[in-house]
Design a protein around this ligand. Structure first.
Ligand code: ATP
Length: 222
């Protein structure tokens, strides 16, 4: 069984890395792949360009054997729809169970995603806790509530038993870090050290990333 953790990673931070590793270990996944979006749908263009975000992610993972960087959305270019990414992974994996890892915030917006109903035909969804986004399924949209009722399982062994189709809630290390807060700090001339791995912080400084992001002046073009 493998896991995929998608994100904009603008920049990658410990709130991505530790939960990804927690899920890999808790579910005894064969692999955990981090997949940076080339062009994330439904949000503003990232501040760092795709190459910079990929370079930061690779620097963050370094030689960590439990995490892999998968650059298929970067290679595909265009809008990075998760349904396309999971279809391409499914072709590679055959019937091996596949888990899409989503923070609670991302899960609660799932019904706004392109071809979202196909996602559970292609993968399981592992929802992780994120500070500030506690689970209250009663506030979710009707579509998400129905999906939860039909597919939620409390048994992680159910994920191994079929290639896709289940939703499982996984507790992970609670780290109240967001890329938005990091960009705001850097823009204010402050340090983001200890929120991101040192190699990422060094790249941010080396390339002068995020210094002018909220002023509408892009620090880099894509
Ligand atoms: P931004 O602030 O730019 O929106 P972000 O920090 O939320 O960025 P993303 O790249 O948008 O990061 O998130 C990718 C995935 O990582 C999502 O599933 C999100 O829920 C999850 N995630 C991000 N930060 C955390 C965190 N601190 N704890 C747990 N999950 C997180």
């Amino acid at each position: 069984m493998i896991g995929v953790f998608g994100g904009t990673f603008d920049p990658v931070h410990f709130g991505h890395l530790r939960p990804a590793l927690d899920v890999k270990q808790a579910l005894a996944l064969r692999e955990m792949r981090l997949i940076p979006a080339f062009q994330p749908p439904h949000r503003a263009t990232p501040v760092a360009n795709p190459g910079q975000r990929l370079t930061m992610l690779r620097a963050a993972v370094g030689t960590e054997p439990d995490l892999l960087v998968d650059n298929r959305e970067m290679m595909r270019e265009g809008e990075s729809f998760m349904a396309d990414t999971l279809s391409s992974l499914r072709k590679d994996l055959g019937d091996e169970p596949l888990c899409l890892v989503l923070g609670m915030d991302a899960f609660l917006t799932l019904d706004s995603w392109h071809r979202w109903k196909e996602i559970l035909q292609l993968a399981h969804i592992v929802v992780t806790h994120r500070p500030g986004w506690e689970l209250d399924i009663s506030v979710a949209s009707a579509g998400i509530q129905q999906l939860w009722r039909e597919c939620h399982t409390m048994a992680s062994t159910d994920l191994q038993a079929q290639p896709a189709g289940k939703i499982f809630l996984q507790k992970v290390t609670s780290l109240d870090i967001s890329a938005t807060d990091i960009r705001t700090l850097v823009e204010a001339g402050k340090s983001a050290r200890f929120l991101v791995p040192d190699p990422v912080w060094n790249l941010i400084r080396l390339h002068g990333l995020y210094r002018f992001s909220a002023l509408g002046v892009r620090t880099a073009s894509s």
